[in-house]
Design a protein around this ligand. Structure first.
Ligand code: NAP
Ligand code: F7E
Length: 319
């Protein structure tokens, strides 16, 4: 039985990845940080099948202990302060978790179980003010937020541990991916959740920032399969994971409102407080390498994804 340690299991990706690894017969160890109110919403169905270990990405001692307990064959480092907008008011804690936290996790693995395979959750936010379109594994980074800067550090320290210590360390550069388990403050879920509330007569407006921003949005369930595939290869490497399509926030809004028979123009209000200090205007990924080397592909279209999320929010709210 293979053993995996996942950080960030209570988040969107961690919950899908844990399900995938359990299905594959892994023993799954889940790092959980202490919070006043524990939130297991995303892992309710598998909570009792996971081996929980208390720890925090900013606490190296806890990570060393976690690796000692788990003795993992594979480590998936998904934990992060992942909300870009929060990284401006909290740049230091974002750096401590999302940047230095990666070194802490790599050190724990290097010290206790250096032959474990390591996955780092890197991000298309590293491309920021893009220098070319589409973006591929060789596109230079130009991050636009403290979050993006932190992810660039996490990416390069992962590459550096691979080159310095010969560790099997991979960096997955994932473009935006969403699902009914997405946090409520990210734009897709904010839109689908509010559309469902409007449809049910619970609220009558949706406040948004920049409708012109464009993202390459895919389905999280498809993307965690790529994480696993990266760690099954003969050699460690870095891969772009994306759909190869880009859509604006306005298109997202239009699809969600139209799906429930409403015109978005009657409900959306532009709130200048939601405009970011520096924006990432356009992301579009070229995942040719992942398609060819990992035989990975995305299975859910953008429209299907948004409709799936609206349906799930309607169902949750009706309950
Ligand atoms: P998410 O839903 O925000 O989940 C983040 C997870 O990290 C949560 O389980 C959270 O635990 C945990 N965490 C936060 N701070 C921690 C700390 N100090 N110690 C231990 N755990 C901590 O994120 P996601 O969307 O699943 O994304 C997973 C990873 O991929 C993140 O690293 C993110 O930056 C990266 N990424 C995401 C996307 C995307 O589009 N989703 C794209 C590229 C890269 P609590 O429950 O305690 O808060
Ligand atoms: O914003 C615009 C906003 O917060 C998308 C994280 O998972 O993906 C995510 O980061 C776009 C931005 O995601 C609102 O300005 C307009 O241009 O959903 P988001 P993100 O910043 O792209 C990357 C790949 C990650 O790695 C991150 O961890 O939508 N936007 N109006 C809005 N965004 C939000 N949140 N709320 C609005 O009201």
């Amino acid at each position: 039985m293979k053993r995996a340690l996942i950080t960030g299991v209570t988040g969107q990706d961690g919950s899908y990845l844990a399900e995938l690894l359990l299905e594959k017969g892994y023993k799954v160890f889940a790092l959980r940080r202490r919070t006043s109110t524990q939130n297991y919403e995303n892992v309710e169905n598998i909570k009792d099948k996971l081996q929980w270990i208390d720890g925090d990405l900013t606490d190296l001692a806890s990570l060393i202990t976690a690796v000692q307990i788990a003795q993992p064959d594979e480590v998936y480092n998904l934990a992060a302060q992942s909300f870009v907008a929060t990284s401006w008011p909290q740049p230091i804690s974002t750096g401590q978790i999302t940047a230095l936290g990666v070194t802490n996790m790599l050190e724990a693995v290097r010290i206790v179980k250096p032959d474990a395979r390591f996955y780092q959750a890197s991000s298309s936010e590293m491309f920021g003010k893009v220098v070319e379109t589409p973006q591929n594994e060789k596109t230079p980074f130009y991050p636009r937020s403290p979050y993006g800067v932190s992810k660039v550090y996490g990416h390069w320290i992962t590459v550096n541990y691979r080159e310095s210590f010969n560790m099997f360390a991979c960096s997955g550069i994932l473009f935006n991916h969403e699902s009914p388990r997405r946090g409520l403050e990210f734009v897709t879920r904010k839109v689908t959740n509010t559309v469902a509330k409007i449809k049910l007569g619970l609220v009558d407006e949706l406040r948004l920032g920049n409708l012109d921003a464009r993202r390459d949005w895919g389905f999280a369930g498809d993307y965690v399969k790529a994480m696993w595939l990266m760690l099954q290869q003969n050699t460690p490497d870095d891969y772009i994971i994306s759909t190869g399509e880009t859509h604006s926030v306005e298109e997202l809004v239009n699809i969600a409102f139209s799906y429930v028979g409403l015109d978005w123009r009657n409900y959306v209000i532009i709130d200048r407080n939601l405009i970011r200090p520096a924006e990432v205007d356009l992301l579009l990924g070229d995942c040719t390498k992942a398609k060819e080397k990992l035989a990975w592909k995305t299975e859910v279209s953008f429209k299907e994804l948004i409709q799936m999320m609206v349906d799930a929010d309607l169902e949750k709210l009706k309950k």
